[in-house]
Design a protein around this ligand. Structure first.
Ligand code: FSX
Length: 363
């Protein structure tokens, strides 16, 4: 018999039954409030709201994707996130994680939809095949397109997890044989939040769901419907290598002296100036590192146009500036400002070197 979500205890009761104390919940709420830059008072309100809430029903559909998004959440290396997210929600359907299969799995989805009509959160990872009525990606004999329409019709809100669901991503890359589109092109009558990234940061997924449970609404979003708390700054804005950029100190290849000194990776293709995400602050693997810290430029995986935008190893000024119609206005403006800043830093540095090399002059 599928779990319909009826007569479930409050979250506070079920956490207590698992030996999770109120103090731990408060700590978790404080962590989430901090992540989302909420005022200090919000963490107590969050903890109280979470303790009194029922476990939020979540239906998770996976379409055209690589399963990296689910891996990101379940292998997040953060016991806080992985334990708490699955305590906060009742994951009523997930092809990847549920034990049931076949008819029983389909029944679980339909039962959860019926029991939580208008209240459940629909999470989708992967893009939606639309060519030839979506026959290139099916599950349980139904196209992803049909299942998305059917399930979204009863959802309170939709969260598109990963760049494939948010913007089309790799499945939509040229020549896009399946006619892949983002979820927001199909679901147009419900709020659709995009948590982009290939894969997305687990804290951004968990934080957005926890915010919805606590406040009964979605967090503030940017112009691409991404939560501002996680996508409000560019990677470049928060990058620890930024001081080198400002001084005009750049690695020219991955094995030169600049690279060994940890200088800015702009000239070897880093897309940090036009990529909005929290990688530079939240990082990955429990805050251990992120691509730039490991010596590789940002690929821009959380922006529209990833993967076709390409140019991964070309400087932005060479790879994207001539094609900035694809970029959003803010990203293009950031890039122009970034290029101007690089040029200015170079001029300053050249002037300083020229002055330093003039004999008989002191600084
Ligand atoms: Fe896409 Fe996610 Fe990249 Fe993979 O579900 S955003 S290919 S990490 O798995 O959808």
């Amino acid at each position: 018999m599928p779990d319909t979500g009826q007569d479930r205890p409050t979250l506070g009761d079920s956490l207590a039954a698992r030996g999770i104390s109120r103090r731990s919940l408060l700590k978790y709420a404080g962590y989430l409030a901090g992540l989302m830059a909420l005022p200090p008072m919000a963490s107590r309100a969050m903890a109280e709201a979470l303790a009194g809430a029922g476990r939020q029903s979540v239906i998770w559909l996976s379409f055209q994707e690589c399963t990296g998004c689910v891996e990101s959440l379940t292998r997040s290396f953060s016991p806080t996130i992985e334990d708490m997210i699955f305590n906060l929600i009742s994951l009523d359907y997930s092809e990847t994680l549920m034990a049931a299969s076949g008819t029983a799995a389909e029944e679980a989805r339909l039962a959860a939809m019926e029991a939580n009509k208008g209240k459940f959160i629909l999470v989708v990872d992967g893009s939606v095949s639309t060519r030839d009525d979506g026959i290139y990606s099916t599950n349980a004999g139904k196209t992803n397109l049909a299942v998305l329409k059917e399930t979204a019709a009863e959802a309170a809100a939709v969260i598109s997890v990963g760049t494939c669901a948010a913007f089309g991503g790799i499945p939509a890359a040229r020549p896009n044989p399946t006619g892949a589109v983002p979820v927001s092109e199909i679901v147009t009558d419900k709020p659709v939040v995009n948590i982009s990234g290939c894969p997305p940061i687990p804290d951004a997924i968990a934080g957005t769901i926890a915010y919805f449970i606590t406040f009964g609404k979605l967090p503030e979003l940017d112009h691409l419907n991404r939560p501002r708390a996680f996508f409000g700054d560019s990677i470049h804005d928060r990058c620890y290598r930024r001081p080198y950029y400002d001084k005009g100190l750049f690695a020219k290849s991955f094995d030169d002296e600049g690279a060994r000194n940890g200088w800015c990776l702009y000239e070897v293709g880093c897309k940090g100036p036009v990529t909005y995400n929290a990688c530079a602050t939240l990082k990955w693997n429990g805050g251990v590192s992120f691509p730039i810290q490991s010596g590789h430029g940002c690929l821009g995986c959380s922006e529209p146009g990833f993967w076709d935008q390409g140019g991964f190893y070309k400087p932005l000024s060479a790879s994207v500036m001539g094609n900035n119609a694809v970029l959003g206005g803010a990203a293009a403006a950031g890039l122009v400002a970034g290029a101007a800043s690089v040029a200015m830093a170079r001029r300053r540095r050249a002037a300083a070197m020229a002055a330093a090399s003039k004999p008989g002059e002191t600084k």
